[in-house]
Design a protein around this ligand. Structure first.
Ligand code: ATP
Length: 140
């Protein structure tokens, strides 16, 4: 089965959405194979979002992602990467609320920055992000 990295971002954790999001995850057929709460620091965010380091929104992204603890999970199911991206909805939560009303970002996101959850976007990024936060997971 495929694995992906899911993250409940600081606004999702501080808004008390963790329990609801975990229920949706389990109801949608994912297994949660690893999970932990973590306070990200600037070094971790710079590494995790290295591809965005040159973008105009990066300083705001840094502030946002270090503003409080995140809840990180490794999810497992067939097609976990695509299905989790589909379940969280579009990056801009305002769009999610209009055209993807059953998505997680429609429930707890605010805009294109504060969108309450993250999901790996490819097998390469899933492998990189899972080992970044959890090391090598046995069984692979
Ligand atoms: P993630 O990688 O967190 O799952 P994503 O793949 O939907 O999100 P990316 O384009 O990779 O979106 O952007 C990473 C994160 O940077 C977004 O989730 C959001 O928090 C922030 N971000 C993206 N675009 C903007 C923007 N235009 N303004 C402010 N923040 C943004």
């Amino acid at each position: 089965k495929e694995k992906t990295l899911a993250m409940i971002k600081p606004d999702g954790v501080s808004g008390n959405y963790t329990t609801q999001i975990k229920s949706i995850i389990l109801e949608s057929g994912f297994n949660i194979v690893r999970e932990k709460m973590l306070q990200l620091n600037e070094e971790t965010v710079a590494h995790f979002y290295a591809e965005h380091s040159g973008r105009s929104f990066f300083p705001n992204l840094m502030k946002y992602m270090t503003s409080g603890p995140v809840y990180i999970m490794v999810l497992e199911k067939l097609n976990a990467i695509f299905d989790w991206r589909n379940l969280i909805g579009p990056t801009d939560s305002r769009k999610a609320k209009v055209s993807h009303q059953n998505s997680i970002r429609a429930i707890c996101g605010l805009d294109s920055e504060r969108n309450c959850v993250h999901g790996s976007d490819s097998p390469q990024s899933a492998a990189r992000e899972i080992s970044f936060f959890f090391g090598e997971i046995s069984g692979d």
